[in-house]
Design a protein around this ligand. Sequence first.
Ligand code: PLP
Length: 862
Amino acid sequence: MRAIRRFTVRPVLPESLAALGELAGNLRWCWHPPTQDVFAAVDPALWESSGRDPVRLLGAVSRARLDALARDEAFLARLEAARADLAAYLGSQRWYQRATASGSLEGPRAVAYFSPEFGITSVLPQYSGGLGILAGDHLKAASDLGVPVVGVGLLYRHGYFTQALSREGWQQETYPVLDPDELPISLLREPSGERALISLAMPDGPELLARIWVASVGRVPLLMLDTDVEGNPEHYVDVTDRLYGGTSEHRLRQELLLGVGGVRALRAFARITGHPAPEVFHTNEGHAGFLGLERIRELTADPAGPGLDFDTALEIGRASTVFTTHTPVPAGIDRFSRTLVEQYFSDAGPTPGVPVERVLALGAEDYPGGDAGVFNMAVMGFRLAQRANGVSLLHGEVSRGMFHGLWPAFDEAEVPIGSITNGVHAPTWVAREILELAAGEGADPDGDDTEAFWAAVDTVPAERMWAVKRQLRERLVHEARRRLVASWEHRGASRAELGWVDSALDPDVLTVGFARRVPSYKRLTLMLRDPARLTRLLLDPDRPVQLVIAGKSHPADDGGKRLIQELVRFADDPAVRHRIVFLPDYDIAMAQPLYPGCDVWLNNPLRPYEACGTSGMKAALNGGLNLSVLDGWWDEWYDGENGWAIPSADGVEDTERRDDLEADALYTLLENEVAPRFYDVDAAGVPTRWVEMLRHTLKSLGPKVLATRMVRDYVRTLYAPAAATSRALGAEESGARELATWKTRVRAAWPGVRVEHVESSGVGDAPEVGAVLSVRAFVALGDLAPDDVTVQLVHGRATGEDELVDTVTVDLAVGETYEGGRHRFDGEVVLDHSGPFGYTARVVPRHPLLASVAELGVVALP
Ligand SMILES: *Cc1c(COP(=O)(O)O)cnc(C)c1O
């Protein structure tokens, strides 16, 4: 029978247990094991069967058990300790407050962090993969550091899908309904008690309404918009149905809700709770980019706003916006048809008064190779943000190449896209046992000195370390067997056929993990390139290898599903199934025991498509050694001792051949380096050289791969400068108006700017190291004044084609002014390298509020 109506009865806790409700209401429990222990103690069996979900646990625990707990002094004392700990965590001065108080940091009052997905805990399944996990880790680390971030996202009724396998190994998707009443979130309400609503005008129907859920991520509120609201027609209710599904128009509506609606939700939240308005807006990937248009609307067309002109509003928006690009894979970038965007940004759409031609221009691919028919969200992202970054050094470089078309007058190296390498939130991802190893040495896991913490691992005896790794491997083996049984039962096997699962995987065998989404560039099946060779590795009588594999394919990607099937079919073979397993439904709950249980973390993407990758970081923090193509973060931090680099056949055009070469290199490393080292044990059974690598990994990578390091980098290099520029633009917007007018004037006058000629002296015909080159550049500035520009000497190594590389720029000083807007600029440079040297002079715009010389995209060269 189907229910005609459903609702959830909220539990009523005895007064002495009210703190359980408080603890369940703040997601900090999900990275705080002592709080998890308290929930486990409520009812250990129910804690496990509820999927370690405090809200479900409290909803299911019996009245009798609660009454017993209410009289249990020992339990009440633990509960009070956990409550007091949370209160202290929420109220204390943390890194951000200390840095601000000491004067070493002048950061924003609040930062809004927008993302289409947030992966915080498996009980709030609102993520599909790395982007969402990163966003979750960003919020958690911001909370730990006391950075005043507010998250903004959507609440998807089905989240992402749950993966299962058919008998034939084909991916099956189901979309369980998430009941918000059973999630650890609460509805934002007006002081009257009414739910708070925001609305968006739609060009083809009534207004779209959305309610606002708030999740407390430690100190960080996360606002989640949801269109399942009475009054919305069915097709509006479906706007927040699921993550990354549906047509292009569906996706555009989701992104309008996230960007435009997200800003409105922030305003409602600030109005109701008194939370400070954000001074900085950070868009995690292009999906949330429409937030910039809503802010322009607020500043230009909103009757309650200051009524600025578009260009002034654009300057204010840009100064306070940070854009992070996350993928070098063209298919990963959102592009809409121009016509569709035109329709939604007409005056009947959600941002009336913002001229549609200006909107279209912001997302136009108006550069060689661009498509005139599309609207590109990444391109708009760069144009609406004064500061932008990629997510590893290599990805920064690749992004500068990819988006060079937006700044064609500059060399790639000067494209204003920097990089901040991603990090991971240690308290979420590191097994307790590993943290305790270091904490046992007296190191403080919550301290600011993360290096001291990870260095403490050095003093732990090798046998202890190895015993812990074995324990974690064994836990993974048991978890994998449990999942295998469930998966095979779903695939139609009977219990009687599954006796073999009891001996699937072995807690003493070298364990290699591979888990990630399954887009083609990640090459799930590279390991199957030579099945016979892989089989020999798995079945080696002395030095066997076992593989634990997981990953979801996007529901619309049949290619990815075929790869999964190929892998599953290989792993189904009775000859190898005890050494290679595919575990369906990769998610946070699976990932948490997976990383610590692996000895080696494998990653073999097609370089350079992995923007950063974070799973290998999580493995490293758990004493796993990475075996990876030098892509993303591994390209930056592989040091020869902390794992292995799979050589990549960059430049080999034939992808089949490239895969052959790289697979061969992978097998060879496993055969000759990895397995021999793992099985090279001393008399006590400890692989001493392996343990040395493990220590080195923890010590060298530990402090670097942390999300707290990442968030500090964002604060210092992007958020604080963005806040400073915003403040300089002025509360009265006079600075912004001045900057906008100045830009218009400089752009208009630029055709009159020329480097007329350059004279040099001081080095003669045979210059030697140490010689001083004096340069005089004669420039015409037309209608501009010397103050409007910087004249620079750019020097470096000259290649065979006279291209300058490894360049250094030196600002020249005004020497003399002549008639007709002509000036001489002078300076000198000491030749400190031998070899081919070259130089040129150039003129670039100068204004104290520019973040980069390339910002206006104009330059004058001889
Ligand atoms: C860390 C993580 C990812 C991202 O891993 P990548 O290495 O970036 O592919 C995806 N899914 C889950 C569940 C994770 O924990």
